[in-house]
Design a binder for this molecule. Structure first.
Ligand code: 13P
Length: 299
């Protein structure tokens, strides 16, 4: 164990803290985590954890979700600048305006969204439960925010009317059909798996469209020889860690989320020592955002 890891462990004990690391975190941060997972796994872990402090290694909307589900705990995000451009592509006012246009519709919002936006939503979903949630809820017309690609992925599989918002994840935009086709040619036995945040032309080339948690589970259960990974590059470490015998090929080496990479061991240590930056949630939106999140967890 190197010095900084030992110091972090020490402070973790002093603070009664757990470290949650998203699957897109750099390898060294995943290794520091007590739990690794996709956004749904980590929201569950946050709500069940007994620790008094949660150090969230991910981006801001994830830490805010943890705080809403565990208001009595201190939730630290080691770099408060770790945002999500997709989450910033829709505002609460945009949702209110859309609702006026479609008063009969139900609002389903991807967890990659701000607290204000969550508070305006009927249901929250993640990429691992979005399709099932839309199928199950008693609504025929869905206003889906903010990711148009995840929305389109659902639209292809449901008879419900999906009205999409034009948001997107810039990191998932870097995949190119020509590059993926060339990789498939080079590795003809490989399974190409992509995240539903990828564009339709990319999803159409894929053997599987899965959330990051879904990718881990599928690889574990099916033990393929080679996998081309069509999502953020940090995912390769998570997959390697669980199933090291498999060969993983990045769908694009450019698919690196600059916000996920803002978390460093030094910042985690500083956060634990100083107990900041701590996430706070204004009371007037916490209740409504929590309701939309809890509806998701019930499903
Ligand atoms: P997961 O739900 O698969 O963790 O995806 C989270 C995310 O932010 C993808 O960009």
């Amino acid at each position: 164990m190197n010095n900084i890891t030992a110091e972090i462990k020490d402070w973790q004990k002093k603070r009664n803290a757990i470290i949650l690391a998203h699957n897109y975190q750099p390898a060294e941060i995943q290794e520091l985590g007590d739990f690794r997972g996709d956004s749904l796994d980590l929201s569950r872990k946050a709500s069940e954890a007994e620790a008094e402090v949660i150090v969230f290694c991910g981006v801001r909307f994830m830490a805010e979700t943890a705080k809403i589900l565990s208001p009595q705990k201190t939730v630290l995000l080691p770099d408060i600048e770790a945002g999500c451009p997709l989450a910033d592509m829709v505002t609460a006012e945009d949702i209110r305006n859309r609702r006026k246009e479609y008063p009969e519709a139900t609002v389903v919002t991807y967890i990659n969204s701000s607290l204000e936006v969550k508070a305006e939503s009927d249901y929250i979903c993640t990429s691992s439960n979005a399709l099932q949630l839309v199928q199950k809820i008693p609504a025929e017309t869905i206003l889906f925010f903010p990711d148009q690609n995840l929305g389109d992925f659902i639209r292809e599989k449901t008879t419900k009317k999906m009205i999409l918002w034009p948001g997107y994840c810039p990191t998932h935009m870097v995949f190119l059909p020509t590059e993926l086709a060339a990789l498939k040619k080079k590795y003809p036995q490989a399974i190409l798996m992509v995240h539903p945040e990828c564009r339709r032309e990319i999803r159409n080339l894929a053997d599987l469209v899965l959330s990051t948690g879904g990718m881990v589970k599928w690889v574990k259960e099916n033990n393929p020889g080679e996998v081309i990974v069509g999502t953020e590059i940090g995912m390769i470490h998570r997959l390697q860690r669980e199933n090291p015998k498999i060969t993983y090929i990045p769908g694009s080496t450019r698919a690196s989320c600059p916000n996920m990479k803002k978390i460093t061991p030094e910042k985690i240590l500083w956060s634990l020592k100083e107990m900041k930056p701590a996430i706070t949630v204004p009371a007037q939106i916490a209740g409504r955002a929590k309701l939309a999140l809890e509806r998701m967890l019930q499903y």
